[in-house]
Design a protein around this ligand. Structure first.
Ligand code: PPS
Length: 567
C-alpha cells in the first residue's frame, strides 16, 4: 500500500519560531539569492528529504563524485549555500547565521558545520557533464554563485511568501493530504517548464491511463531555463488545459523548484522530489531537463540518458518511471499517435518551439490540431505579434550630427500612425531631467546611457516605443543597453553617420568652436573618443539626404522588421 504519511519538515513550532526570530535578529545574516530561496523552501518543507540542510563538505564531495550522500543515500544534485569571500570571512564553523529573504524576513537559521572553497570546475564536469559556460547551471556556478560554500543543518522558521497563485501551491505534506482525502493511491506526475499543447495533453492522459493512475500536472515555477515563457503565463495556460481531462482525475500543483537543467542527474533528482510529494509514478521524456546545445553546437546529453538513469534507480527511489513516448499528429487520422506507432505512409504534422515562436511573433495562425485556442490566447497576450510589441530606436552619433532632428521627425511619423505610445529620450532633454548632475567623463557618460537604457527597456517592456538620441560614444555601453532592451523587444541601433568635419562645419550650438578653444573639455570627436558602431541595424547619411528622408529610412527599416505594418 502506498504510504502517504506526512514527511518530516525542518520547521520548528510557531511558538519557537517566534522566539528564535527575535534571537536571530542578533546573528550575522545572509541575504538569500532567488535560487537559494527556492532551495531553502524545498529543504524546509520536505521536498528535498532526506536532506536536513545545505550540504556539508563530505556530503558535497560524495554527491559530486558518486550521486550519493556520505552515508550512501542516493542524492544526485549538490544543494549548497554559496556566499561571497567577504561574507565567508565573517563566519566561523560552529556559528549560527540567519538566512533572510530579499525583503529581510528571517526564513531560517543555518548552524554552520562546514565552510570550504569548492572546485567548481570539478563540480561542473561531474554534475553537469562538462565545464562549459553554454550550460546555464555551469554559467551560474562560475559567474553568479559565490566562491565559498557554507554547509550545515537548517532550523526552519517560516515559509517564503508567495503572492501569486497561492491556491495552486502545495507543500509535499499538503499534496499528500490531498491524495489521502481524494483516495488517490496511484498518482503519476508530469514535470514541465513549458506551456502544454495537445501533444502533452495526449501524452499525459495516456500515461495516466497506462499506469492506471490519477494525474498530477506538476510544473516548475521557481526558476527554469533563461528565456522560457514566464510562469504567470504558463499557469494560466495550464489552467486552461485542466478541463480537457476527464473530471476529477487530474490535479495541478506548482513546484517552486530552481531547475539546473542538469539532464540525467536532474531527472533523478526530480523523481526523488516527486516521491517526497507523495507520487507513485513519474513521467520522464526525451531529453528531460536538457539544457540544449553546448559551445560546440552538440547536445549536452544523450536524449535517452535521463530515462536510463531514472530506470536504473527507480526501485531505490521508490517511484516508478513512465517513459515518455513522443506524441505526433497524424493528419489522415486527425489524431495523435506515439511516434513509434504511426501508421505507415501517413502524414505526420509538427510545429517546433522555434516555429511556434515565429508564428506568435508574426501573428500567424496556430492550428487547432497543435494547441488549444484558450492556450494560444494566453500566449498571444504575453507574446503579441511584433507589430504590437514595444521596441527601442537608439540613435547614436556626434553632437550636431542630426540625431535629435531625425528622432523628432520619426516620433511625429510614428504618432501619426498611432497604435503605440511614443517617448523621445533626447540627449539634451535627458541631461536636463534624468542626469542633471552628470558631466562628460567616461564614467558619467556610461551612467547616463544606462539610465536611458533602463527607461527605454521599461517602455519597451510595457509595449511602447522609445526613441533615444544620445551621443552614446562607447560600444560596450551600447551593447549593454541593447541586452537590457532585447529582453523585452527589438532594439534598432541607428548610426547617424555625419562626419566630425561636417558637424564642426555646421556647429549649430557653437560648441565645437568652444571645444577647439579648449573651453569645453572631453568633447566627443574633438578631445574625447567615439566608437563607430560596427553593425548597426541602420546607418543614415545626413550629408546627402534631408531629415524627412532619413526618418523615412528608419520607418522602412521598422516595417522590414515587422515592427510596424505597411500603410
Ligand atoms: S553622452 O556622451 O551620450 O552621455 O552625451 P549626451 O547625453 O548625448 O549629451 C550630448 C549633448 O551635450 C552637449 N555637450 C557635450 N557633448 C559631447 N561632449 C561634451 N564634452 C559635451 N558637453 C556638452 C552637446 O550639446 C550634446 O548635444 P547633442 O544633442 O548631441 O548635440
Amino acid at each position: 500500500m502506498h504510504n502517504l504519511a506526512p514527511i518530516p519538515e525542518l520547521y520548528v513550532s510557531a511558538d519557537s519560531a517566534q522566539k528564535l526570530k527575535v534571537e536571530a535578529g542578533n546573528l550575522v545574516s545572509h541575504d538569500l539569492t532567488p535560487r537559494q530561496i527556492c532551495d531553502l523552501e524545498l529543504l524546509m518543507n520536505g521536498g528535498f528529504s532526506p536532506l536536513k540542510g545545505f550540504l556539508g563538505q563530505a556530503d558535497y564531495d560524495s554527491v559530486v563524485e558518486t550521486m550519493r550522500l556520505a552515508d550512501g543515500t542516493l542524492w544526485p544534485m549538490p544543494i549548497t549555500l554559496d556566499v561571497s569571500e567577504s561574507f565567508a570571512e565573517k563566519v566561523q564553523v560552529g556559528q549560527d547565521i540567519a538566512l533572510r529573504d530579499q525583503e529581510g524576513v528571517i526564513l531560517a537559521i543555518l548552524s554552520v558545520t562546514d565552510k570550504w572553497v569548492p572546485n567548481k570546475a570539478v563540480e561542473a564536469e561531474k554534475v553537469f557533464g562538462a565545464d562549459d559556460l553554454a550550460h546555464p547551471a555551469v554559467n551560474y556556478l562560475h559567474n553568479k554563485a559565490g566562491k565559498v560554500y557554507l554547509g550545515g543543518p537548517i532550523t526552519g522558521l517560516t515559509q517564503p511568501v508567495h503572492y501569486d497563485f497561492k491556491a495552486r501551491r502545495d507543500t509535499p505534506n499538503e499534496l499528500r493530504a490531498f491524495f489521502r482525502k481524494m483516495g488517490w493511491r496511484r498518482i503519476v506526475a508530469f514535470q514541465t517548464r513549458n506551456p502544454l499543447h495537445r501533444a502533452h495533453q495526449e501524452l499525459t492522459f495516456r500515461a495516466a491511463r497506462e499506469a492506471q493512475a490519477n494525474l498530477l500536472i506538476h510544473p516548475v515555477v521557481g526558476m527554469t531555463k533563461p528565456g522560457d515563457v514566464d510562469h504567470f503565463t504558463r499557469v494560466r495556460c495550464y489552467e486552461a488545459v485542466l478541463d480537457k481531462y476527464p473530471s476529477s482525475t487530474t490535479h495541478l500543483s506548482l513546484l517552486n523548484l530552481a531547475m539546473r537543467m542538469g539532464g540525467p542527474r536532474e531527472a533523478l533528482w526530480h523523481a526523488i522530489i516527486r516521491r517526497n510529494h507523495g507520487l507513485t509514478h513519474f513521467i520522464v521524456g526525451r531529453d528531460h531537463a536538457g539544457p540544449g546545445k553546448n559551445s560546440q553546437g552538440k547536445d549536452f546529453y544523450d536524449p535517452y540518458a535521463a530515462q536510463e538513469l531514472v530506470r536504473q534507480h527507480q526501485a531505490e527511489v521508490g517511484i516508478e518511471m513512465v517513459d515518455f513516448k513522443q506524441m505526433v499528429y497524424v493528419q489522415e487520422k486527425a489524431q495523435y499517435f506515439p511516434v513509434d506507432e504511426v501508421p505507415e505512409g501517413s502524414t505526420v504534422l509538427d510545429i517546433s518551439g522555434t516555429e511556434l515562436r515565429r508564428r506568435l511573433r508574426e501573428g500567424l495562425e496556430i492550428p487547432d490540431w497543435f494547441s488549444f485556442p484558450e492556450v494560444v490566447k494566453q500566449l498571444r497576450k504575453t507574446s503579441p505579434e511584433r507589430s504590437k510589441q514595444g521596441f527601442t530606436v537608439f540613435f547614436t552619433g556626434f553632437s550636431g550630427s542630426g540625431k535629435s532632428t531625425i528622432a523628432n521627425a520619426l516620433m511625429v511619423k510614428l504618432m501619426e500612425m498611432g497604435g503605440r505610445p511614443v517617448t523621445l529620450l533626447d540627449g539634451d532633454v535627458v541631461r536636463k531631467h534624468l542626469s542633471s548632475e552628470l558631466g562628460f567623463s567616461k564614467e558619467h557618460r556610461d551612467i547616463n546611457i544606462k539610465r536611458i537604457g533602463y527607461v527605454a527597456s521599461e517602455i519597451t517592456k510595457n509595449g511602447g516605443i522609445a526613441i533615444c538620441a544620445p551621443i552614446a560614444p562607447y560600444a560596450a555601453t551600447r551593447r549593454e543597453v541593447r541586452e537590457m532592451i532585447e529582453a523585452f523587444g527589438a532594439f534598432i541601433e541607428v548610426h547617424v553617420a555625419t562626419s566630425i568635419e561636417e558637424c564642426e562645419r555646421r556647429d549649430r550650438k557653437g560648441l565645437y568652436k568652444l571645444a577647439r578653444e579648449g573651453k569645453i573639455k572631453e568633447f566627443t570627436g574633438i578631445s574625447d573618443p567615439y566608437d563607430v558602431p560596427a553593425a548597426p541595424e541602420l546607418r543614415v547619411d545626413t550629408e546627402g539626404l534631408d531629415v524627412d528622408t532619413c526618418a523615412h529610412q528608419v520607418i522602412l527599416k521598422l516595417e522590414a522588421m515587422g515592427l510596424i505594418k505597411g500603410q
